[in-house]
Design a binder for this molecule. Structure first.
Ligand SMILES: Nc1ncnc2c1ncn2[C@@H]1O[C@H](COP(=O)(O)OP(=O)(O)OP(=O)(O)O)[C@@H](O)[C@H]1O
Length: 257
């Protein structure tokens, strides 16, 4: 399976603090890959680099065979890299359907049109409807986003990413802050998207049960370095991974071990 995303010797420092250190990733198309690691390991920073929020101090990022290292965020979105933004991209005073429709419009050629054609608007509404259903929001289509429960807002965010024709979904803790009762629905939405096989999903998640259930592959970050990568069931048995989680590795470089 060809890689959709690769990073080559990716590094980023904030002042003296090297947060990502020489990370070489290869994410295969159509897979669901989870990034795990203790707090402060650099997981969110890695997402920031891939989505373009920050630029690396060294190294390269390729998406679909094209070097995107220097591309700004909107151009990466256009190429198909989409990131969940912890609800900041939702328009609270619009309905679920309108939020999804606007993302469809943003992904289309009529983005700058003030009066998009009526037929096009109808097509967008049909597509928005389908995405609402896929993301288990059928009964909330006419609800204003501001009135949604937190879990439903996360589902809407995923629907909007799909509407933007995202090929690579970067989901940063999609179940964070969600009530225990709402977690299965988010899980199901992610599983539905995965089972279609049309998207690649990279997940940052602390809930190990969920990670093991969903992931084709695990990547373990520790102190900004890639500690391990591979089959989830094998990786969690890895002694170095267990030691990292138990806090035994502190700040030494993992490469010396
Ligand atoms: N803009 C920044 N300026 C300075 N330091 C930063 C910046 N962004 C992140 N860091 C530092 O980089 C390290 C890694 O942070 P990051 O948020 O990527 O970790 P994480 O693995 O996502 O942690 P968590 O699981 O707690 O979310 C932390 O020590 C953090 O303080």
């Amino acid at each position: 399976m060809p890689a959709i995303l690769t990073t080559n010797q990716l590094c980023v420092s904030f002042g003296e603090h090297q947060v990502i250190n020489d990370v070489n990733l290869c994410i295969e198309r159509g897979k669901l890959v989870s990034i795990i690691g203790p707090n402060g390991a650099g997981k969110t920073t890695l997402f920031n680099l891939i989505s373009g929020q920050i630029k690396p101090t060294r190294g390269d990022i390729s998406f679909n065979g094209e070097t995107v290292t220097k591309l700004p965020v909107p151009m990466r979105v256009r190429r198909g890299i989409g990131r969940s933004f912890q609800l900041t991209n939702i328009f609270p005073e619009l309905t679920v359907l309108e939020n999804i429709r606007l993302s469809l419009q943003a992904a289309g050629k009529d983005y700058y049109s003030i009066f998009p054609k009526l037929s096009l608007r109808r097509r967008q509404l049909t597509a928005a409807d389908e995405l609402a259903e896929k993301c288990m929001l059928s009964d909330k289509k006419e609800v204003f986003a501001q009135h949604l429960a937190h879990g439903d807002k996360r589902k809407l965010e995923i629907a909007m990413l799909l509407a933007l024709k995202t090929e690579l979904l970067l989901l940063d803790e999609p179940t964070a802050g969600i009530s225990v009762d709402d977690i299965p629905a988010i899980l199901e939405v992610i599983e539905r998207i995965k089972s279609e096989g049309r998207h690649t999903i990279v997940l940052i998640e602390h809930k190990m049960e969920m990670v093991l259930h969903l992931s084709d592959e695990l990547i373990v970050l520790f102190n900004g370095e890639l500690l391990a990568k591979g089959d989830p069931k094998e990786i969690i048995k890895d002694e170095r991974v267990q030691t990292a989680y138990l806090g035994g590795m502190h700040s030494e470089s993992i490469k010396s071990g």
